[in-house]
Write a protein that binds this ligand. Structure first.
Ligand code: SF4
Length: 310
């Protein structure tokens, strides 16, 4: 049984986009947390996760478990796992990870972190006051928003390609094979609607940061497709898709991890909205068997098609 003090803690958290996690590490250090990010996700990381999870579980569990194994092997002793508190499997990830890692013989402390418990958890790990933590959260949000402004911006000259999908896959360039850079290189502008700042805005700041009139209208229209909550980004993706097609986006990429419940559930709606608005759609599902060369070929053909339509 570990007896950790604030000084002897090496806290780690799995990757979800390089810029986001490096900014988070900076904020956590400022709050007194001794943070040690895992080595960057590689093929080996994914394989560590694959070997120790159920085959059919949704893909993000595998690289994040692999991140924890590599961090523990590098001396981490306190694991922090993001917890959406939503309806899909993400809220169960930390329990499955904790169970798996203890079964593998690792000794550590584990904390799930969500919008309901981040104050006591971060205070325990770093010692900062609640007021300082809240101030730092706003500072973090402002930094992330700056990163995301470029991702969300439309181009006036190039064909724009909207990205909707599951947040982990849309945010982590090691998981989506740097899809945004690939689109840039093919001469188009990716418009990523699934960013961390939009997630924070739409889930946490919703009550204090009232959505724009347009956002409210698209949200309302999206709700007609659902029978209550679906979890993940199901509703937000339909809402963003309606906005993209309404603004004549050149094409849409639906990016999802294999066997993602919310994203596979909205597939028929995504197809119908794109068909009715005559918007080209490319669905890319990602797991440990995805071949980068195959993804590149499909992307190249898709971008060429959009350019020809222009
Ligand atoms: S959104 Fe999809 S991939 Fe992500 S945790 Fe939920 S079910 Fe799994």
């Amino acid at each position: 049984m570990l007896m950790l003090t604030r000084q002897s803690r090496n806290v780690t958290i799995p990757w979800m986009g390089r810029a986001y996690m490096e900014l988070l590490a900076k904020s956590l250090v400022d709050l007194g947390v001794n943070i040690q990010l895992p080595p960057r996700t590689t093929e080996k990381t994914v394989q560590l996760g694959v070997r120790n999870t159920a085959e059919m579980v949704c893909f993000p569990l595998k690289p994040t478990l692999g991140n924890f194994i590599e961090a523990l092997d590098n001396g981490a002793n306190t694991l922090l796992m993001y917890d959406s508190q939503g309806q899909c499997r993400l809220r169960q990830y930390w329990k499955i990870q904790e169970f798996t890692l203890r079964s593998l013989g690792y000794d550590f402390e584990m904390y799930n972190i969500n919008f309901g418990n981040f104050l006591p958890v971060l205070q325990k790990l770093g010692g900062a006051s609640y007021a300082r933590i809240v101030r730092e959260l706003f500072r973090y949000y402002a930094r992330v928003k700056k990163v995301d402004e470029k991702k969300e911006r439309w181009s006036r000259r190039k064909p724009n390609i909207g990205i909707i999908g599951e947040i982990f896959t849309c945010c982590d360039e090691r998981i989506n094979y740097g899809i945004e850079n690939k689109i840039y290189k093919l001469g188009a502008k990716p418009v990523n609607t699934v960013t961390l700042s939009s997630f924070i805005r739409e889930s946490f700041f919703r009550k204090i940061h009232w959505p724009t009139r347009d956002r409210k209208r698209y949200d309302k229209e999206a709700e007609k497709y659902f029978n209550g909550d679906l979890g993940g980004h199901g509703r937000e993706n339909i809402s963003h898709l309606l906005e993209l097609v309404n603004n004549n986006i050149g094409g849409v990429i639906h990016l999802l991890p294999m066997s993602c419940m919310p994203e596979t559930s909205i597939e028929p709606f995504v197809m119908a909205i794109c068909r009715e608005s005559n918007t080209p759609l490319l669905r890319i599902s990602i797991d440990e068997n995805t071949a980068e060369a195959n993804l590149e070929t499909r992307l190249e053909t898709f971008v060429e098609l959009i350019k020809m339509r222009r």
